[in-house]
Write a protein that binds this ligand. Structure first.
Ligand code: FCB
Length: 435
């Protein structure tokens, strides 16, 4: 049971659950092309237990049952992503009708159940042929992505409640091209710098393409991390400011102020694409809403031995999820308030929040604390209009494979049986009480 009540969020607040195509769909059939996660997972050492998304939660076949679960939980919305390689297997060019048919059924299935579809166009499954051409390192990706966005808008735009271009540009760029932890697994500062700009340039280009096709209610989902210094020494404070710069300010300043932060530009200048400044009006194209994913905070210490960004993340003292991420609900309040005060008056949605954990009672407590944090942000003036629990189902947690379980519904990967957890029941109790 949660201590918060639905009524506290106001009558139009949207409660939903979130998933992503590669993490749940499986169904690598009917013309779906390969993506960078297929080959990243097939490369030894990248993913725990060498798990891959070939079967995942078999949502490709079991989607009616999954949508029933969302409806029966009392949720209003469902945040899902479309797989680019299912719709355009080569990334550009020929369209796979069977892929369109799948999303046609899925979106109609949401509407039949009274669920608002919140679509994400890119949740990390880049078609492999585009990676062969440089992927996010290649400026041409803006055109490739805009063409794909237009196909989605043409086919589904009138049925989508909201559309986000990119999920978590920091992960697309930095985690995947600098830290090498996600596909395509680069560890290269020039690759990362290019991806950091192109991902936002492609976002803006896609927004224009979506609007040209008549799509409405458009946004982007940024993941934000509360960055705090490990001590009150000026050096640690500088480390925390730098981390905030690469993680949060690069994306927020770019999107909502049309200018990248000077301290980060100064460090990346030699590697950024020439003339990036001219693209900033596209990067900062006006949007209709802003999505924020939040999980944890980072505690930073100065580390002179690390070039470019002389910092290291240190373990904090707070309770943690089973991936070691500190539980820090105040960070969610602070970030929502910061975005609304310093960046944008757009409606805000918490598009992901949740906990990797096998002990579901801890997950119930996590959700309760973070829902309270949302209420606190609203009390401080942040215009938060919705909250999506990550995730509906246990699923393929990227480099952690299937070992990490974020679901409010348990999935038995042998049988694909779904079993609602106490956290699902907690949402159901809260949402049904006042509906
Ligand atoms: C976010 C991702 C999502 C999931 C959660 C735990 O960064 O958007 O796909 O992996 O973390």
């Amino acid at each position: 049971m949660f201590s918060v009540e639905r009524g506290q969020f106001g009558p139009n607040f949207v409660f939903g659950t979130a998933t992503a195509a590669y993490q749940i769909e499986g169904g690598q059939i009917d013309g779906r092309g390969t993506c960078i996660w297929d080959t990243f997972a097939a490369t030894p050492g990248n993913v725990k237990n060498a798990d891959d998304g070939h079967e995942a939660d078999d949502h490709y076949h079991r989607w009616p049952e999954d949508l029933d679960l969302i409806r029966d939980g009392g949720f209003d919305g469902y945040r899902f992503s479309l797989a680019w390689p299912r719709i355009i297997p080569e990334g550009t060019g020929a369209i796979n009708q069977a892929g369109l048919d799948f999303y046609d059924r899925l979106i109609d299935g949401m509407l039949e159940r009274g669920l608002k579809p919140f679509a994400t166009l890119y949740h990390w499954d880049l078609p492999s042929p585009l990676q062969d051409r440089g992927g996010w390192m290649n400026r041409d990706i803006a055109g490739w992505f805009a063409d794909y966005a237009a196909v989605v808008a043409r086919n589904f735009g009138d049925r989508l409640h909201a559309t986000a271009t990119i999920n978590e540009p920091w992960c697309v760029a930095f985690l995947s091209h600098f830290l090498g932890i996600h596909a395509p697994g680069y560890r290269d500062i020039r690759a990362a710098s290019r991806a950091m700009h192109h991902v936002l340039f492609a976002h803006g280009t896609a927004i224009a393409a979506l609007r040209a096709e008549g799509a409405k209610n458009l946004g982007i989902v940024t993941n934000l991390q509360k960055c705090e210094p490990a001590s009150d020494s000026p050096a640690d404070l500088e480390a925390s400011t730098l981390m905030d710069g690469t993680f949060n300010r690069w994306y927020l300043d770019g999107l909502y102020k049309g200018k990248y932060p000077a301290d980060i530009v100064a460090r990346l200048e030699p590697y950024l694409p020439a003339g990036f400044e001219a693209d900033m009006p596209v990067v900062s194209t006006p949007l209709d809403w802003a999505g924020i994913n939040y999980y944890s905070r980072s505690l930073l210490a100065y580390d002179a031995a690390t070039p470019v960004f002389p910092l290291k993340q240190v373990a904090g003292p707070l309770d943690k999820n089973d991936l070691g991420w500190e539980i820090y609900p105040k960070g969610l309040t602070d970030l929502l308030v910061r975005v609304s005060r310093e960046y944008t008056k757009l409606p805000l949605y918490v598009t992901e929040n949740g906990m990797s954990e096998t002990n579901d009672e801890k997950r119930v407590a996590y959700y309760d604390m973070h829902l309270k944090a949302v209420l606190e942000a609203r009390a401080q003036g942040a215009d938060v209009r919705g909250y999506f629990a990550w995730s509906l189902l246990d699923n393929y947690e990227w480099a952690e494979g299937y070992s990490s379980r974020f679901g409010i519904v348990h999935v038995d990967y042998e049988t694909q049986k779904r079993t609602p957890k106490g956290s699902y029941r907690a949402f159901q109790g809260m949402l049904h009480n006042t509906k």
